[in-house]
Design a protein around this ligand. Structure first.
Ligand SMILES: CC(=O)N[C@H]1[C@@H](OP(=O)(O)OP(=O)(O)OC[C@H]2O[C@@H](n3ccc(=O)[nH]c3=O)[C@H](O)[C@@H]2O)O[C@H](CO)[C@@H](O)[C@@H]1O
Ligand SMILES: C=C(OP(=O)(O)O)C(=O)O
Length: 419
């Protein structure tokens, strides 16, 4: 199994090119099922979750062609299977996003329940409830969601109990082909939801209110393929910015989207970073200074993203002062904390809050994480820890960060992949 070995590194310096967003690319690939003609997605990151998505689409009978340079073409002409099997779904939670598109276009979908994962229970009741309101008959049997509808789904007025990115995306895709108008209230406003909505509009969907908490979708009878470019990955961008901040360096993230990172940029500025942005780049300069501690509370967009919480735990572990980090989205997303404590960090958990007292430096250790962003935080910690840090089980990282060691090396970090 691959590992990353990280040595204490100099302040990060230079440019890094940001990849397409995993959390936008996956729903957009699933939306391919809705298109009757060829659909070409570009700026798709080369990640394990992307290859799992392609496998899933192929297993349904879709033709998926990797055209090179981050472009993938999907043709659904021969799609004739409607089951997302456990073996694929268990490795990638985003597989649940095949449910809405399959049901809306073909009237039938069997999707393995994604199950609980490392960061929390992650139920799918809101996805199922919304589809039922649109006329689907759903039963959960033998670990599978079995959804059926006679004819087309019907437009419905859906109020979401909680802000859910995945449920908003599933219902948006289903509503695009439903009969009549669907209104989704308390919809998620994450940039990745906006990217999916814009892609559906490019396919011919009629959606208004994009980017607001009320989405109105006038269902159409058919959608066509289009060429769509996936947005830049705001979490990858944020992860590199934090890495630069803790190493007291100066980097520029290119092909990025500063507008999608406002809450993260504000916290980095509070931590003492000088941030400069252009239309598609962000520069962070710590001017050699140690970061200052910053309080964080995760929240749905435009709040502070849960996917950046672990990285800011590391920033605070090394900052001047004491801070609290409160996680409000997932009930078990602090698995990096015991590992960071093993590296010498002074932090303790009280319910869903982590109290962190910043110290001057960490010490290298052999560590392991059981989820994606926790793994990223351990790599960042390794850059500033004395001696050697070995991060094990990096298949989590490979789900969400493209060429992570190459990108870090390009910024002067000592990060190598070993067996
Ligand atoms: C709002 C939010 O920040 N969502 C994050 C969530 O999206 P993801 O789509 O995975 O999760 P949701 O947004 O659906 O979940 C938000 C909350 O709603 C709950 N829930 C969700 C669906 C449902 O049917 N029932 C239910 O109770 C979840 O348990 C969670 O507490 O994880 C992704 C990966 O880390 C992040 O990129 C998203 O930013
Ligand atoms: C946890 C994440 O992804 P997923 O929802 O695919 O598990 C993430 O992107 O941080």
């Amino acid at each position: 199994m691959d590992k990353l070995t990280i040595q204490a590194s100099p302040p990060l310096a230079g440019d890094v090119i940001i990849s397409g967003a995993k959390n936008a690319a996956l729903p957009i690939l699933m939306a391919g099922v809705l298109a009757e003609t060829d659909f070409v997605v570009s700026n798709v990151p080369n990640l394990r979750d992307v290859s799992t998505s392609c496998k899933l689409l192929r297993c349904l009978g879709a033709e998926v062609t990797e055209l090179g340079d981050g472009q993938i073409r999907i043709s659904t002409t021969n799609l004739n299977e409607f089951c997302a099997p456990y073996d694929l779904v268990k490795t990638m939670r985003a597989s649940i996003l095949i449910l809405g598109p399959l049901l809306a276009r073909y009237g039938t979908a069997d999707v393995s329940l994604p199950g609980g994962c490392a960061i929390g229970a992650r139920p799918v009741n809101l996805h199922l409830h919304g589809l039922e309101m649109m006329g689907a008959k759903i039963e959960v049997k033998e670990g599978y969601i079995k959804a059926r509808v006679d004819g087309r789904l019907k437009g419905a007025h859906i109020f979401m109990d909680m802000v859910s990115v995945g449920a908003t995306e599933n219902l948006l895709m289903a509503a695009a082909l439903a009969d009549g108008e669907t209104v989704i209230e308390n919809a998620a406003r994450e940039p990745e939801v906006i990217d999916l909505a814009n892609c559906l509009i490019a396919m011919g969907a009629k959606i208004t209110g994009v980017g607001s908490a009320t989405l109105r979708i006038q269902g159409v009878e058919r959608l066509q393929g289009c060429n769509y470019r996936v947005m830049p990955d705001r979490i990858e961008t944020g992860s590199f910015l934090v890495a630069a901040a803790v190493t007291r360096g100066r980097i520029r993230c290119l092909k990025a989207d500063p507008a999608s990172l406002e809450s993260v940029i504000a916290k980095l500025e509070d931590a003492g970073a000088k941030i400069t942005t252009g239309e598609d780049w962000i520069e962070l300069d710590m001017q050699g200074k140690r970061p200052k501690a910053v309080n964080i509370k995760t929240a749905p967009y435009p709040g502070f993203p849960t996917d950046m919480q672990a990285q800011f735990c590391v920033l605070n572990a090394l900052a001047q002062g004491t801070a609290t980090i409160t996680e409000t989205i997932f009930e078990n997303r602090f698995m990096h904390v015991p590992e960071l404590i093993r590296m010498g960090a002074t932090m303790e958990l009280e319910g869903n809050t982590c109290i962190i007292q910043g110290i001057e430096s960490l010490s290298g250790a052999q560590v392991m994480a059981t989820d994606l962003r926790a793994s990223a935080s351990l790599v960042i910690a390794g850059l500033v820890a004395d001696g050697k840090t070995i991060v094990d089980r990096i298949y989590h990282l490979d789900r969400g960060y493209e060429h992570i060691e190459n990108k870090f090396q390009g910024l002067g970090a000592q990060v190598v992949r070993t067996q």
